[in-house]
Structure formats: C-alpha cells, structure tokens
Design a protein around this ligand. Structure first.
Ligand SMILES: [Zn+2]
Ligand SMILES: [Zn+2]
Length: 245
C-alpha cells in the first residue's frame, strides 16, 4: 500500500515537475526524451549494416551483404535490428528502465524501435517478448521486454502476445561465459505456453528484447518459435552489443 501511495504520489509530482532527460535527469522540453548532450553521446545504429544480424559496417558494401559471423554460422533468426549500440551510455539508460521503475521512456523507446526495425516490422504478424522467469518477474514487477513489445504494438498496430513464450527455469547471467557455455546455459530454458500453441502456425514473428548480447538467448527463443510452427522469426531490440575488432 505504501508502495502504491508512493507511486501515485510520484505520478502526481511528475506531472507538476518539468520533464527530465531519460538518461541524465537534465530538464528537457517533453516527457520521454533525451537531452541534446545524451542524444549526441548515444550511438544510434543505421545502415550500412549486416543484412542479417544488423552489425554495423564501416563502409557501404551493398544492402544484401552479411557479416563474417552470419556467413560462417547463419543464426536461427532471419534478421535482427536494434536502435542503438550497447555501451556505457546506453547501459545506464537501460538499467534505469529495467530496475529503476523509469517507465516514462517506453513510448519513446517504442517509437525508436519502430523506426530502426521498419524492415523487420513490415509484414510481421506477431510481436513476442523474451520472457523473464517468474521469480525475477516477482522481484522486478515488470518484464521490460513485454513493455517494449506492447509499446511497439501501439506504434504499429501489430498484435503483441506477451505470454506466448515462457521461461522454464532461471538462466544464470551469461557475462563471463564463452559461446558454447552460453548456448548450454539457455538450451531448453524456453517453451511456448500450451494455450498459445495455436497462435503461431504460419506467422511471421518479431521477437522483442531490451538488449541483444551474444544472441544465445534470442537464438534459443527463435528455435522454439520455429519448432512450434512460426513461419519466420526476426528480432528487434533497443540495444545490441557491437564487439570492437
Ligand atoms: Zn541527458
Ligand atoms: Zn551478421
């Protein structure tokens, strides 16, 4: 109850105070925006990039070109797009969104995702967020990927089904793991909720998450969706890791 009152109280104060930058809390002109300084520090991703995974290229190599990794070992998803690079700047923004109850950014994030993912959203039938395990959902109260999926649904009119995928077990943080370890870590961790099995047949799905890191989680979700009858799986995230070198 106290928590609810606190939140309501904050909603009221938020409405009275000038809107603040989503990242650094400097005053901005409208709610859910970045100030010019944070905007210029954020590395927004745009072509030229890998036609498959969206990895940015230094030089223009043609719209169909794929990166070395995708050529060697094609991912299970068809295409992946992201709004900005995951670095110190965007990490702060995402952590605030994930753990800080800072939800006023969702409409702006959804708008940016709709723009960055225009090619994967064109012709898509369903938006499906990467699920959290229920223990983590309890401690965090909301699944940031589901909020993004619902925001993109509002922007585009494409249906979102937040509970289509279920996480069967918590997966330990993958930060320190190698490629093989990450794949093992997520194997069998996801399933399609039985009451949603009928929703996937022949559908072009866009999987939504906040960050794409190694692609292991996303790849496993794509595998599960395809096995359950999805026609194709594309990926749209707010941020993605871009390895240097
Ligand atoms: Zn700022
Ligand atoms: Zn690629």
């Amino acid at each position: 109850m106290t928590n609810l009152l606190f939140r309501l109280g904050r909603l009221v104060t938020d409405a009275l105070l000038p809107p603040l930058c989503l990242s650094c809390h400097a005053p901005v002109g409208e709610p859910g925006a970045l100030c010019p300084a944070c905007w210029s520090k954020t590395e927004f991703l745009a072509p030229p990039y890998c036609a498959c995974c969206g990895l940015p290229f230094e030089v223009e190599v043609g719209p169909e070109a794929v990166c070395g990794d995708c050529a060697r070992d094609p991912p299970r998803f068809r295409r992946a797009r992201a709004v900005f690079r995951y670095d110190d700047e965007s990490r702060a923004l995402i952590l605030r969104f994930k753990h800080g109850d800072r939800l006023e950014g969702v409409p702006a994030f959804a708008r940016w995702m709709a723009r960055a993912g225009a090619d994967v959203l064109a012709g898509a039938d369903l938006l499906v967020p990467v699920p959290l395990h229920r223990w983590r959902l309890l401690s965090r109260r909301y699944n940031q990927a589901a909020l993004l999926a619902m925001g993109v649904a509002r922007q585009t009119g494409i249906a979102a089904i937040p509970d289509l995928l279920t996480r069967l077990r918590p997966t330990p943080s993958q930060g320190h793991m190698g490629r093989e370890g990450r794949a093992r870590n997520v194997a069998g961790a996801f399933t399609v909720a039985s009451r949603r099995l009928g929703a996937l047949g022949g559908k072009r799905v866009v999987l939504i998450d906040d960050v794409m890191t190694s692609g292991a989680t996303i790849g496993e979700c794509a595998r599960v969706l395809l096995r359950a009858g999805a026609l194709s799986v594309d990926v749209l995230t707010l941020a993605r890791v871009v390895k240097v070198g």
